[in-house]
Ligand binder design. Structure first.
Ligand code: GAP
Length: 501
């Protein structure tokens, strides 16, 4: 598998991702998407939105502000608890996350440990600054939220949101009433989140500005297991990692063994697991990991991550917490607004319970999809980015065999680009153009040759198999659509012998 450093180089070279303000030396933890990166990123967000909002009757979306007043984060507990233990070197003043040092050197986590204990471990094990080898000062808690002064008047403090979730909670009652929702139901949003990470690293993996798709799934607190959709996922095979071992099991087994305490939680984890598999992540590159008690966020009763097997190890790409009634209770109390709803079924007021909170980092999903798609094809002599067609930044490359065919080729290009993102390329040999298309993950290439002028047909070439079929221009849009939906190339027309074979 490609290393994260090599992937960063590839992404820059091909126009996927750049370091922010690179011409000024860059800024750690901030990235810009290039002309191809923005397309894959949008495709990931669109797939999430289609699957988990538009196609569901029980979920609606919102789009909240990126910043909120201090009162929101006081109530949510972020002001007090959204902090990492930080170590500062006495000599060079390098600041590092205590967790990182302890994990790397001792395979230990600081989660839930008091500062004195962390300092004791650092001293006992003589852990030193990785930069200059000197000692660390006593650890401090460092809050990860970006603080802002809003407007000209002093003291108007706001924070950039560290998760998108809070505006779902603060708007909960309005959305529930306006959209005429009934329990159980979900409210989703996709957007930026900001965390002032002490040591951003591993390319997009830990940034200071990133995007999340989040969905809060609200249930009646006494009906956490009333999940009619559970039967359809109970038999689903998954890899599960508890604190020590990995096992192949099913979603149903994890509920039976009381690992998942409520069926809605298990259901939502299964849906994102499926999302990754269906969009191309290999079965043995993904697993579910349960959080240990000490790692749980201040709001969570339980949490399960989806982890992806990067070249640098298994890492979280998705989190799903059971947030209980924590947030609605806190916001009701602090805002003095009753956020309970009237439950038609029981004819009683009830404060909804967040049985599951699927939280998907878009950047981490993008990294996982790119790592799994990257193939250094020695036979072809070029990289082939085997992205799922739905995620591919450009869907079709249109090539005139020779420049004389420009007019007809432009006609075909103009026809299909109304519906699909296409790329017109007339530079160099067709083989060179195929290689360029492979490297940026274009799943289909459409070549116009001299026969096209007589038979109104073009050649379609599949990126992954390099197989080719001859199809009518009049059928082209339909066939491309079928291919994007997962139809194999050989089902679209008769395979012809290609020059690549
Ligand atoms: N609302 C719950 C929440 O934010 P989280 O586990 O802190 O939970 C959820 O974050 C997801 O957001 C992670 O699984 C990851 O995909 C993404 N994420 C979190 N911090 C990130 C960072 N610093 N850089 C990139 N992605 C991050």
């Amino acid at each position: 598998m490609i290393s994260i450093q090599d992937l960063a180089v590839f992404c820059k070279k091909k126009g996927f991702i750049y370091r922010n303000a690179e011409i000024y030396g860059g800024m750690a933890g901030f990235f810009d998407l290039g002309h191809l990166g923005v397309e894959i990123n949008n495709n990931i967000k669109n797939e999430l939105w289609k699957r988990f909002v538009i196609s569901r009757e029980d979920v609606v979306g919102i789009d909240g502000s990126l910043m909120s007043p201090e009162s929101v984060f006081r109530a949510s507990g972020h002001l007090e608890s959204f902090a990492d233990a930080m170590l500062e070197c006495v000599k060079c003043h390098e600041k590092v996350k205590a967790n990182e040092i302890l994990e790397a050197k001792l395979h230990l986590s600081v989660d839930g440990k008091p500062m004195e204990e962390i300092f004791g471990i650092i001293k006992d094990n003589k852990l030193k600054c990785p930069n200059c080898g000197s000692e660390f000062k006593e650890p401090e808690l460092f809050n990860l939220m970006f603080k802002l002064d809003v407007g000209a008047k002093e003291g108007n403090i706001a924070y950039l949101r560290p998760e998108t979730a809070q505006s779902i909670f603060t708007n909960f009652k309005l959305v529930f009433d306006n959209a005429r929702l009934k329990l159980p139901c979900g409210i989703a949003q996709v957007g930026k989140a900001f965390r002032n990470e002490i040591s951003p690293r591993e390319f997009l993996f830990r940034c200071r500005e990133f995007e999340q798709f989040e969905l809060e799934f609200f249930c009646h607190p006494e009906k956490l297991n009333d999940c009619p959709e559970f039967d359809s996922v109970s038999g689903m095979a998954v890899n599960f990692f508890d604190t020590k071992h990995e096992s192949a099991t099913t979603i149903g087994e994890l509920v039976k063994k009381n690992i998942f305490k409520n069926k809605w939680h298990a259901y939502w984890v299964s849906q994102f697991y499926k999302f990754f598999l269906e969009l191309g992540i290999k079965k043995d590159h993904i697993r579910i990991r349960e959080h240990m008690k000490e790692e749980l966020a201040h709001y969570a009763g339980a949490c399960f991550d989806l982890e992806y097997k990067f070249e640098f190890g298994w890492r979280e790409i998705h989190g799903d917490a059971d947030r209980k009634q924590f947030d609605l209770t806190q916001h009701s109390k602090f805002s003095k607004t009753d956020l309970s709803i009237f439950d038609e079924e029981t004819q009683k007021k009830v404060l909804p319970y967040v049985a599951a909170e699927p939280s998907q980092g878009i950047g981490r999903a993008l990294l996982a999809f790119l790592c799994d798609a990257y193939h250094d094809d020695k036979e072809r002599g070029n990289i082939v980015l085997k992205l799922h067609p739905k995620l591919a930044p450009i869907k079709v490359g249109v090539f005139p065999l020779v420049n004389k065919l420009e007019e007809k080729s432009r006609e075909v290009f103009n026809l299909i680009r109304q519906d699909f993102h296409c790329f017109y390329d007339k530079g160099g040999s067709v083989g060179r153009r195929y290689a360029r298309a492979d490297e940026i993950g274009i799943p289909l290439c459409c070549t116009i040759d001299f026969e096209t002028l007589d038979d109104s047909c073009v050649t379609l070439r599949d990126r992954d198999s390099t197989k080719q079929v001859r199809v009518k221009i009049s059928d082209l849009k339909d066939l491309i659509r079928k291919f994007m939906d997962g139809e194999k190339l050989e089902k679209l027309g008769t395979i012809i012998k290609s020059k690549e074979e």
